[in-house]
Every structure is written in C-alpha cells, then in structure tokens.
Ligand binder design. Structure first.
Ligand code: ADP
Length: 484
C-alpha cells in the first residue's frame, strides 16, 4: 500500500471523528466515524461548518465568521447532527497551510453522562453515610444515660447489700453495665471519627503522671492474672508536654486491655521512647508488648480495620466489637503518627504507635542517658533472660512450670470457693496453656477442669483439681519425661 493510501485509510477508520472544511467552511471530507455520529451519508456538498457547530460559526456571504481561535487546544463544544439534535464533543479545529480547516472530535456524551451519574451516586452515598453516622451518634449518646443510671443504682445497692447471692448478681450487673458503657463509647468515637467530627483537645500535662495513672489502673488485674507488668520511659522525655492526654490514655488502655485479654503466661510491658525532635515538637514511640497468643502474619493488616477480629472463635472466646484498634489507628493518625504490630503466633505481640506532641515554652529538654537510635524493635528489646524464663515456664515438668502451675491452681480453687467462676475460668485457661506440652493424661485432666469450671460445677471442679494436683506432683521435676 502506498504511504498516502495508508494514511487515508488510517484517517478513514480512526476512532475519532475527522472533518475537513474548505476555506469557505463547506465540508469536503468526513471520515466513517463522523458520518455515522452526525448522520450524514456520502453527501458533503451543502454541509457548512455552521450546520455542525452553530454556536461557534455563523454563515456569511464570504464563508463564515467566528471568534474561535483555531488553536491546537481541545475544547468542549456541541456538535449538531443532520436531524438537528446535538451531543457534546471534545474537539480541536485547526487551519492547515493550504487554507482548509481540519476538525478532530470525540463524542463525550457517555463520559459526561457517566460522570454526572457517578457524582450523583457519590453524593447520595455520602448523604446516606452522614445520616447513618449522625443516627448512630445520637442513639449511642441516648443509650449512655440509661446505662449510667443503672450503673449508679447498682453501685448504691452494692454498698448496702450484704447477702452474698445478691451481691454476686449485683457485681455481674455492674460488670455488664461497664462493658456496655465501653462499647457505647467505642461506637460513639467511631461514628464521630467516621463523620470527621472528631477533634483533639491538646492541653499541658505531666507525662510521667499520665503513665503512672495508666500503670495503676491496670496493675491489679494484670498481676491477679499471674502476669508481670513493666512500664518504663526513656529519661529524655520532658516532664510536661502538650497533647491530648485523654486520647493517649485511651489508646494505651485499649492496647493494654487487649494484651491482657490475649495473654495467660508471661508479661506485659509498656515502653515509651523519644525518637525525633523538630523545633518544639517531639515524636514519642509507645510499645505495648505481650507474651500472649500472638497473631498470624496474614491477619496483621486487617486488625486495624473497623469491626475486624482475627476470627469468629476469638470473638466468641474473648468478646469485643473489633472497633478498638481501628479507633486507635484513627486517633494516632490525628496525632500525626502511625500504628503497627509485629507478632509471632504463640509467642506474643508487639503493638507500637508514634505520636507528635508539643514541648511547652520554657520546658527543659532532658538529655538521654542512653541515646535511642532509630525505632527499637519490640522483640529484640526483650532480654534473652526473659525469653529463656518464659520458655522455661511453658516447658512442662520444669521447676518454673511446676511452680507456676501450682500457684495458678491454688488461685483457681480460691476463686471457686468464692464462687467467682469467671476468674476461675481465666485461671483454668492458664492451666491449659501451662500443660500444653504435658502427657495426654495431664492434658485431658486440664481440659476436664476447664469444662467443670465453665459449667460452674463445684464437685467436678474439685475432683479435677485434686487429680491434676496429684499428677503434677508425680512429675518428679524431670523435664520432658513422658512427653508425647
Ligand atoms: P476487640 O474490641 O474485639 O478486642 P480490637 O480492634 O481491639 O477489637 O482487636 C481486634 C482483634 O485483634 C482482636 O479480636 C484480636 O483478634 C486481635 N488482637 C488485638 N490485640 C491482640 C493481642 N495483643 N494479641 C493477640 N491478638 C490481638
């Protein structure tokens, strides 16, 4: 094929409309796409540029008049079909050196229509989301009042009641109200964050006092569970800072509660270090580390999404709404930081987050006794001795394991005597973990103990307790003996 023929064929079959007008504006060529879109057959004579683009060109004696600049710029305009209906096009009309005019145009009717439809759908979705978020925020707000009312009355009754049966029920009601209050607060925060209505309230606060408060509010429950609790901070953090203290406490509480929920043996540690400074702002890194059940690598990413829990069995066993970590992520991001997790299934999790806070004017900036280089990694910061100790506790038959088992069992039976079945179940869980590597006989007795506790059956619990206690004594501190 000749080059000229090849080029004409290309133009004829182009996806774009191509029109050529002579110096007077009369159509001399229209390619297949243009003929089809404009509804012209083979005829070209008597079709004037003002018939196709009447808003831009006016027919005159000499040819046409226009204010169009004939630039190489594409503009949106209306193209008229033979039947006088029109459609939007993106077009460019150029003057060629031989005095002709070449127009290239694309039909954008569908694109414009789709664009409008998408904008409408997006608008409607946004409106629906806003109404839903406002509704959720209002309802949860309204729910708070009756729940607090019940809680107040229950606490008053707790002070005057002496009957142990009634006290047990009242304590249960108190805990239910507290849990419900926590869920309501989470939903309220979540809907506010989602609606973009959440604002931080930065104030001057004493950093170490805040950390002590967090420690004091958890230490009793953590140590009762038989876990160690260590809280530490690097010494280069100024005494006073400006930030949203309440929200920092909320994030820490959430991570510590999770750590406690998912850990039966070992320790929970909280550590804070200063990692950067720009003018009067500093970056703080918080670590909340546990030696609990850990998280599968494949589940780590979805943890921070709303309503996400690792699997249904976890939510059944441990409860929760799956909102906590999502709220933490949103809060941390509002404070200019990031949140993440490093975890190993069966070994523990290390949640860490960073935030930026302001150092008040005149506040002293203490120097670090040990400079922090980069971001410390949670696991590498666990001392080898600690790790060895933890492994030793898990090793059935070792002195440490036997000791821990005995202590856990006596706490369990004490809870049973006091009819605190819920706490007893927590200890039964720990017993199950401590006997994870034991011979089958011991393992099945630990399971029987847990089931008896779950059924709140006093006789079966004491029988299983006695049998397990005897089996542990039989294991004459010979690590590994009789293991499967
Ligand atoms: P929930 O209120 O259900 O605890 P979160 O958003 O706080 O919601 O946690 C979501 C899920 O992440 C939990 O259900 C659990 O599966 C997992 N998870 C969170 N923290 C830990 C942890 N320290 N160890 C193991 N799993 C965890």
């Amino acid at each position: 094929m000749e080059k000229k023929e090849f080029l004409s064929s290309l133009v004829e079959h182009a996806l774009e409309m191509v029109l050529v007008f002579d110096g007077k504006g009369t159509l001399s060529y229209a390619n297949a796409e243009a003929r089809e879109k404009l509804g012209y057959g083979g005829e070209k004579e008597n079709i004037h540029i003002s018939n196709i683009f009447p808003m831009i060109f006016t027919k005159t004696e000499e040819g046409f008049s226009t204010e169009y600049a004939f630039e190489r710029k594409t503009e949106t305009m209306s193209a008229y079909r033979k039947n006088q209906t029109c459609f939007p096009v993106e077009a460019r009309i150029m003057r060629s050196s031989d005095g002709q005019y070449v127009c290239m145009a694309n039909d954008i009717l569908e694109k414009e229509f789709l664009g409008k439809e998408v904008a409408q759908v997006r608008y409607e979705a946004e409106q629906a989301m806003k109404v839903k978020s406002e509704f959720v925020a209002n309802v949860t707000h309204e729910l708070r009042t009756p729940v607090n009312g019940i809680l107040g009355n229950v606490r008053e009754l707790l002070e005057i009641e002496s009957d142990s049966g009634k006290l047990k029920n009242l304590h249960l009601m108190e805990r239910c109200c507290e849990n419900m209050g926590m869920i309501i607060n989470n939903i309220l925060d979540f809907s506010k964050l989602e609606a973009g209505k959440f604002t931080l309230d930065p104030q001057r606060f004493h950093f170490k006092n805040m950390l002590d408060y967090v420690k004091d509010s958890h230490i009793r429950r953590i140590t009762e569970k038989g876990l160690d609790f260590v809280v530490s901070m690097s010494d280069d953090i100024p005494e006073y800072l400006i930030g949203d203290e309440l929200r920092i406490v909320q994030i820490l509480n959430n991570l510590i509660n999770n750590a406690m929920k998912f850990t039966s043996i070992g320790r929970i540690s909280v550590e804070v270090v200063k990692t950067a400074q720009v003018n009067n702002k500093i970056e703080l890194y918080f670590f909340v580390m546990d030696t609990g059940i850990g998280i599968d690598k494949k589940d780590e990413d979805k943890l921070f999404q709303s309503f996400s829990q690792v699997d249904a069995s976890i939510s059944r066993q441990y409860g929760g709404t799956g909102l906590g970590l999502n709220i933490c992520k949103e809060l941390v991001e509002l404070m200019g930081g990031t949140i993440g997790v490093e975890s190993e299934k069966g070994k523990g999790s290390n949640f860490s987050f960073s935030i930026w806070v302001t150092v008040p004017e005149g506040e002293e900036m203490p120097a670090a006794s040990v400079p922090v280089q980069g971001i410390p990694s949670g696991f590498s910061r666990r001392k080898p001795l600690q790790e060895a100790e933890e492994n030793d506790i898990r090793q059935y038959g070792s002195e440490a394991n036997k000791d821990q088992l005995k202590r856990t069992l006596s706490k369990l039976i004490l809870c049973v005597e006091m009819e605190n079945w819920e706490k007893a179940e927590m200890f039964a869980d720990t017993v199950k973990q401590l006997t994870g590597e034991a011979p089958r006989e011991v393992k099945s007795m630990a399971l029987r103990l847990k089931m008896a506790v779950q059924k709140e059956n006093y006789e079966k619990t004491s029988a299983a307790y006695g049998a397990l206690d005897a089996l542990i004594d039989e294991e004459k501190s010979e690590p590994g003996e009789g293991q499967e």
